[in-house]
Design a protein around this ligand. Structure first.
Ligand SMILES: [Fe+2]
Length: 194
């Protein structure tokens, strides 16, 4: 693992432990993610930035054994998108290469308390360039879809989450439903701790 990645993980673990409020955690970690993102993909090994022609690829870099944080390198080929989803966690995203889009969705009725009858309204879009950082906190849900347009270029981004991100809700906007899914990821090398 590159020393810059290792140092970032150590900082993130310290700051996550030092602050009880998710908003304070992302405030404390975002500047470090920006410094890391400005280093570009040179901080990643080839096996940490594998792509998959079938879907965007999640390369796990670090999964905290206690479950407090996890760090992934996501590789997006042109036209690859997540479904509409949430995370049930705070998160900090930094772009190393290419350009990433985040499209927001807002629940019409405030906090979502059931898996059906959900009315989502489309929100705005954030365009993230290399070195850009985006953060979110679950107040109560942060619902979005992320990806790269068909006419875009390959994008590599780092995603830090406040838990082991092995499941999340995906939303069917038209049906007004959501379901919890298990999310596979590409385990990388021997640096994975869980
Ligand atoms: Fe997301």
């Amino acid at each position: 693992m590159h020393s810059a990645i290792r140092d970032f993980i150590a900082l993130a673990e310290r700051e996550a432990a030092a602050h009880a409020d998710s908003a304070d955690r992302v405030l404390a970690i975002a500047p470090a993610m920006r410094r890391l993102a400005r280093e570009g993909v040179r901080v990643l090994s080839p096996d940490q930035m594998r792509s998959d022609p079938a879907h965007y690829n999640r390369n796990a870099i670090h999964i905290c054994p206690q479950g407090e944080i996890s760090l992934f390198a996501l590789v997006w080929l042109p036209g690859q998108w997540t479904p509409v989803h949430d995370h049930g966690s705070w998160g900090v995203v930094g772009v190393l290469q290419g350009h990433l889009q985040e499209r927001a969705y807002m629940p019409r009725d405030g906090e979502i308390k059931a898996n059906d009858g959900i009315v989502l309204r489309r929100g705005g879009v954030v365009l993230l360039d290399p070195g850009s950082v985006s953060t979110f906190v679950p107040n109560p849900d942060h619902i979005h879809m992320t990806g790269v347009p068909e006419d875009g270029e390959i994008c590599v981004s780092l995603h830090l989450y406040g838990r082991n991100m092995d499941s999340f809700h995906i939303y069917d906007v038209g049906a007004g439903t959501r379901k919890l899914i298990d999310v596979p990821h590409q385990k990388v090398g021997t640096d994975i701790d869980a």
